[in-house]
Design a protein around this ligand. Structure first.
Ligand SMILES: [Zn+2]
Length: 253
């Protein structure tokens, strides 16, 4: 009998350990801070992004493309839960839902609810990572320094601009842990029932996002991001060279 109890105990222990090995490790902002993040505006007719700071014309063009693509990457992970999530991005500083402050050169990018500062030599993954804070309400999960995932489940919120999914032509840069995190935050802000779009199970959220068609739609005239205004001070000069070196000092990326 004792032996049976021990076996049952060991069996339970094994199941628990296995479950933990695949457990989520995402961290979120406090609930009141999550409600101040851009995801709380995701069911409005558009997500309005205000770009500020300094940039050359070429960098500003790229910044708008990456801002739209990174925002839609997070919005897509919410859209599969709720068909009311918008796909319309508007660049405007009126009624803004997200502010992206551009800084020339390299440095440590950072974010708080609905606001981020991004250095213009940082790779694309920095944009999705910082919007993981400002738009999605997630915290960093690095172990062993910025840009390292350690032994926990891999995620954009620990890898940042680096790691196996850094290439946005191969990956959306999101991992299952990030997707669980943003979906948990979305449900905190919008509790209750919601209706998924009929294509929800056919889209792979870890795969790259196409800016011109972020997700399937029956509407053939879906609008591109709309450019209204920004608060950027234009500088003379060429496009910044992106720093892909993983040994760079500033990797929060
Ligand atoms: Zn971070």
């Amino acid at each position: 009998m004792r032996c049976l109890s021990l076996l049952i105990f060991l069996g339970l222990f094994t199941i628990t350990s296995k479950t933990n090995a695949f457990d989520s490790r995402y961290k979120t902002f406090s609930e009141s801070s999550v409600k101040k993040c851009t995801l709380a505006q995701s069911k409005k007719p558009s997500v309005n992004i205000c770009i500020t700071g300094q940039a050359t014309p070429a960098d500003l063009t790229r910044a708008k493309q990456w801002a739209a693509r990174a925002s839609l990457t997070w919005l897509r992970a919410m859209k599969v839960l709720d068909k009311q999530v918008t796909r319309q991005i508007v660049f405007t500083c009126e009624d803004k839902h997200l502010t992206i402050n551009l800084k020339p050169g390299g440095g440590t990018s950072f974010a708080s609810p609905s606001v981020t500062t991004i250095y213009l030599t940082r790779p694309y993954g920095t944009w999705t990572h910082e919007l993981g804070h400002a738009l999605a309400g997630l915290s960093d999960t690095y172990q062993g320094g910025a840009g390292k995932c350690g032994s926990q489940p891999q995620s954009l919120m620990c890898w940042g601009a680096y790691g196996p999914r850094a290439n946005p032509e191969e990956w959306s840069t999101l991992w299952p842990d990030d997707i669980k995190g943003v979906q948990a935050n979305f449900k905190k802000v919008f509790p209750g029932n919601s209706e998924s779009p009929d294509w929800a199970s056919s889209v792979e959220l870890e795969k790259p996002l196409a800016l011109e068609e972020p997700w399937p739609s029956k509407n053939l005239n879906d609008p591109e991001p709309i450019l209204k205004d920004d608060r950027v001070v234009l500088m003379k000069g060429p496009a910044s060279e992106i720093d892909y070196d993983e040994d760079t000092e500033s990797i929060d990326l």
